[in-house]
Design a protein around this ligand. Sequence first.
Ligand SMILES: [Zn+2]
Length: 607
Amino acid sequence: MTRSEQQSAVRSLILRLFQDPFTGSVADWCAANVEFSEPGNHGPFSLAGREYIIEPLNDWGDTEISDCVEVFGSQTGKTAKNMAGAAWSLANDPCGIIWAMPSERLAQSFSETRWQPMLRATKLTAGMIPEGADRHAFKNLEQRIGGSLINFVGSNSPSNLASRPARKLILDEVDKFDEGGDKEADAVNLLEQRTKAQPYPFRVKDSTPTIIEGLIWQEFLKGDQRRYFIPCPHCGKEILFVWSEGFTALPKQGCESYVHWDKDAKKDGKWDLDRVLATAHVECCHCKGTITDADKPGMIAKGVWRATAKAVLGFRSRQLSSLYACSPETTFGKLAVKFLQSVNSLTGVQGFINGDLAEPYVGQDQGGHRTERIEVSTPIDGWRRIITVDYQQTEPFIWWVCRAWNGGNSVGVEAGSMFQFEELAEAQKRLQVNDVDVFVDSGFNPSEVYSVCLLHGEQIQRQDKLPLHFGWMPTRGVDGDRDFYNKETKSKVKWMLEERDPHAGKSAAGQIAIERLLFCSDFYKDILAALRKQKRDHTWTVPPGMATPVYWKHLDGERKVQRGRSWIWEKRHRYWPNHLLDCEVAQVAVANFFQLYMLDIEQKEDK
Ligand SMILES: [Zn+2]
């Protein structure tokens, strides 16, 4: 069928459906025809309260438009929008469609639990599903329906489609297409190739963003960067909903109106979340009027997408945060509480910035000034005292920190440097630290550190195994972010124990085993940085005697910088010492290992 034949087929179909001349808008067709049938979402597709999807939907029917990039926050209905657009396409503009998702498993489940129930509930598409002998043409991942062929595919296996042309392409959650590597771009390229030789190709990419270099944000920048302007219910002037000045990475448009809540809702340094929930609102930047959740639907209905950048014709991009979503989960209050909880969570605020604000992470939470608490030690009888050591090949060889821990709170005891491990043993005795609470970094010279550790502690006899050393323990920080699994608590952790033979390769080999604690350095550096800023629900203090210029110099020896797709900790300068920082990072890791505080990642894995 040629393009004009298709279009006349569409026109006649529309005229059959509607007695009155139909304007032909995709959004109107969807609102009149599409029905959902999935858990928690039954009934007709509705635009009410999310009129911001009208324009993106109508792009499906506009031959001038080849690319749509949507950077939308959670709860904004972007999947429903894609489903409705694709249903319109099946009925009105049949063609090959590829729908790509991060994994094939996800695509399979989406097709079974959301897409096919919608096709069956929607009268016009239900009638197109092949039956009888042809029914085998309608499978989970490949469906011949009417004049269309739709393929669901995981980003991990796009080459399966190398020979399959498609005029329309939906790339869903592209920033999750490949975990961290550059393969993501390859997968997207390969899929886009499928549409290249087609007349009137149409590509939709959507995702919550990750970082600026991530694929979706780069695609957003290629487009005309539309934002959804809405009228203030008080003064009628156009505004944009934006979280806060410090948290937006988008260029200023001059009408950003930010979220506020009762500043007195903070007691003893802690937010009263019920009051935050009740008082959160947006303040109009023009008239200072208070905008509440009740104002939202009326404002959204009158909103308009405006381009904020020039782009090649037919390349549209849009950004929309969850502040615009009229869902019970995205009230200003719920989002404010979620934000405050994420700030205080040990894994931080990036998930909120990406998922809810639909903005890339640019270190929004990394700014600030010295906020460490320098305090005369509070009584710490009964607190667990831990010594961590960084062992170097250059004088003074040994850098160490002693801290006391209790219930997630920590008080510094002493820090410094020395030349010999005998001196460390004396300090350990003076500070009343147990052998099992001394941890020595073994990165520089493992076998020497093993030998030193064996001198402090005892041996435990084990059945059918070598006796195990129980005392000073070697440690090692590892680069990169990794998850380990704690069999005992059945949870994800950022450390692991490995058993070593301290005499491996020597004549004394095979007599005793020693355990070494490995931990993800960068992960615990993040947590230390948060503790130092007093941003968590824990206190972390440094006593005046420990707060020397040398101590702070070491602690500021690294900063977090962006390298490619990720943020890493990097030394400020090759000659800037960071040994006491390493000791403090090890303190945080060891305290977590001893479960002196818990991380919010340590949930039991779902079956
Ligand atoms: Zn106003």
